[in-house]
Design a protein around this ligand. Structure first.
Ligand code: NCD
Ligand code: ZN
Length: 360
């Protein structure tokens, strides 16, 4: 961190990576790829397209479509070279050991994503019976391909606020016992229970945390009227959970690292009688995380969380380039243009953040 004479504070970090992002597909990529590539080098691209990214053929062609949009956008040649979309396979009841072997050898697939069927946006093809995944998990363990989890049970009778804890206790604990060396990331954790669970496991189990779960709680979503742009899954929890998430994210423990879960939906799909789950944060993700870390006086811990721990977990080198944050306020746009003339409302639309990214 450098303080300059005129009370401007600059914070130069190794370039961060986003270990959990939804870029979507088709024309949506013109917006999402540009925003992601402006800040991040590696991004782990979630596979919940319609239809999902199920095998290496799907993954290769999705990556090609992302790279075509990258070439077409107005970023510097350096950013275009640095941006590296890492792919995931969507685990279904029909994923085979051969799919895993091909993914492990491909050099472009970073992990396999498990959505319990029906847990969230585009998860209809997700796994219905985890016990049927034994061969696939064995292959992942053998090939060192991490399992990324949307950690929520989906039974109708389980309260939405309890779904994460129930998944950890009833499903994940068993997976870890059966596959003790498989690398696992509990994605977008939302509770102190999840933080404690991850802390209690070995180094093969880690977690990502989103900006919205560090900055907000369920009061922001529900008090004074329903705010659809705070609705994501797993849903925001009570303030005591938010506090614990901030504690662990800013603790310097390498088990916790950045994964924005930036998940765009057009404004009409969010502001609806049955609104979609997902917060769009990619364009302002670093200022958002900086604001959260700064709120507890821990901005010095941001670089580990954003730029080191994820790479370490995945066994990748840390980036060499840097990005500089500055304490010049930034105004989050009220919306971005999205595909087909539709609009995309970002997290904290129209609000002012105390940190911005210094233009190069
Ligand atoms: C994500 C999406 O829209 O694809 N939504 C969300 O609320 N996070 C799916 C997911 O990661 O659960
Ligand atoms: Zn997600």
């Amino acid at each position: 961190m450098t303080a300059t004479t005129d009370s401007t504070i600059e914070l130069t970090l190794l370039q961060p990576d986003d270990w959990h992002i939804h870029l979507r597909d088709g024309a949506a990529l013109s917006t999402t790829v540009r925003h992601a590539a402006a800040s991040f080098n590696r991004v782990i691209c979630m596979p919940n397209l319609v239809p999902p990214v199920k095998n290496i053929v799907d993954a290769r062609s999705y990556r090609e479509r992302i790279l075509q949009h990258l070439q077409a956008c107005d970023l510097s040649p350096e950013r275009k070279v640095a941006f590296d979309p890492r792919m995931t396979l969507y685990l279904t009841d029909h994923t085979t050991v051969q799919d895993i072997e091909a993914a492990a050898q491909s050099g472009i697939v970073q992990a396999v994503k498990l959505y319990p069927a029906g847990a969230t946006t585009n998860s209809a093809d997700g796994v219905t019976d985890i016990n049927a995944c034994v061969d696939v998990f064995e292959a992942m363990e053998k090939h060192d391909l991490p399992l990324l989890l949307h950690g929520e049970v989906t039974h109708d009778h389980v309260d939405i606020f309890d779904r994460e804890k129930r998944f950890l206790d009833e499903v994940l604990a068993q997976i870890i016992v059966k596959f003790p060396t498989m690398k696992i990331v509990v994605e977008h954790i939302t509770t102190s229970d999840a933080a404690d669970f991850v802390l209690a496991q070995g180094n093969q189990v880690a977690a990502t945390i989103t900006p919205q779960h560090l900055m907000f709680n369920r009061n922001h979503l529900l008090v004074g009227g329903i705010k659809p742009h705070f609705y994501c899954l797993p849903i925001l929890k009570r303030a005591s959970h938010q506090k614990v998430l901030l504690d662990v994210a800013t603790s310097g423990n390498p088990k916790f690292f950045m994964g924005t879960d930036s998940a765009p939906h057009p404004i009409d799909a969010k502001e609806s009688a049955c609104g979609c789950a997902g917060c769009y944060s990619a364009a302002a993700a670093l200022p958002l995380y900086a604001t959260a870390f700064d709120s507890v006086g821990k901005i010095d811990k941001l670089e580990g969380f954003a730029s080191r721990f994820g790479a370490q977990f995945y066994g990748l080198p840390v980036n060499q380039s840097t990005i500089t944050l500055v304490n010049t306020p930034m105004q989050v746009p009220t919306h971005y243009p999205y595909f087909d003339g539709r609009k995309l409302t970002p997290l904290m639309a129209g609000e002012t953040l105390p940190w911005s990214i210094k233009s190069q």
